[in-house]
Ligand binder design. Sequence first.
Ligand SMILES: [Zn+2]
Length: 396
Amino acid sequence: MAKGAYSILKKKLVDKVQSWFDESGGDGAGGWIDLSRGINTPYSPNGPPPGYAFNWPHPGIDLPYIYEPVYSTISGTAHTKEMPGGFGHYIQVHGGDLDVIYGHLSKWLVHEGQRVHPGTKLGISGNTGASTGPYLHYEMHQNGRPINPIKWLKAHPGKKGGKSSAPREVSAWRPEVMQALRLAGLPANSAYANAWLRQINTESSGNPSATGPGSSEGTPRGLVQVKPGTFNAYKLPGHGNVLNGLDNLIAGMRYAKARYGGRMLSTIGVGGPYANGGMVTKHQIAEIGEGNKPEMVVPLTRRNRAIQLIEQAMSYVGMNKGKTEVTVNNDNSTIERLLQQNISLNAQNNNLTQTLINVVQNLPVGIDGDSLNKHFNKKNGNSISLEAYSKGGSIV
Ligand SMILES: [Zn+2]
């Protein structure tokens, strides 16, 4: 497939999946509002809260956030708004049937119309509009009516355990990366943080439920794709959920620390999976065949030899060669085979990948971006389960 067509396809796919999340209102992750600091003014939608000195309903909650970052609790679209005698400088996030209001901010850190996710830093709390000091007014509406935010926040801890278990932009993982660096006994500085954010990008694109291709040692899972044995050996007490982003980072970092020590930054965040094969684009001295377990190096600039080695590798790991046709002179063959492999190894990913393969296999020669778009939309249908989405490795 032409390179241009492939990147259009990839972008369409990412956008499409993004929009499914937004249409469904995303996963939601209530842990991004810190209820443990207590409530200044309670939720009271039908009249003034008893014992307070004002005479109107309070359809949200006020929290003691003193010029501090506030994070989105849902996936959706952020709107930057002004209400001088009310919420002041505020942000409204719309996703699915929910609207969430963050009032009295001193600063916006997102722009009008920006897509946000649980954990996206929206702004800094403040004292704008009708407020008597710096705090956060947090309000939620479902289908246009106020709902009790505390109830919702507690009922939506995030998929499979806590605020670190929903997909989000790679950069929004920074708080967990910093926390994990400290817990792993590593320098919590920007060089290390940025290296691990780049590693997250390579491994899972920010999806803590990502599942990679399996091997004899099991299937690597989570934000930085940790294998089961590695996870069990390097997890910390109280951080035993491989699909929780923080827990996954802690185990990945402690493993990398044990394996690479002071050389960590020459391995982590340089564009390759760290214990799981992958592409190397810079001259380096590498450890290959660790523990005398067979690994393979494929020369990507020598096409015939590369395909020969990929064939060998597939046969080694038990892929059925009979089911896929390989034509060395056809540019599509390797991509199609990788996609096919993804299908057989990742049951969760089936629907999405099959759609992609249908598109790829039916592409007319010389297709342009527009018709590819139409083609994709036609193939996509509405039946693909969000739940099943898992990006995994580096194929899409
Ligand atoms: Zn309020």
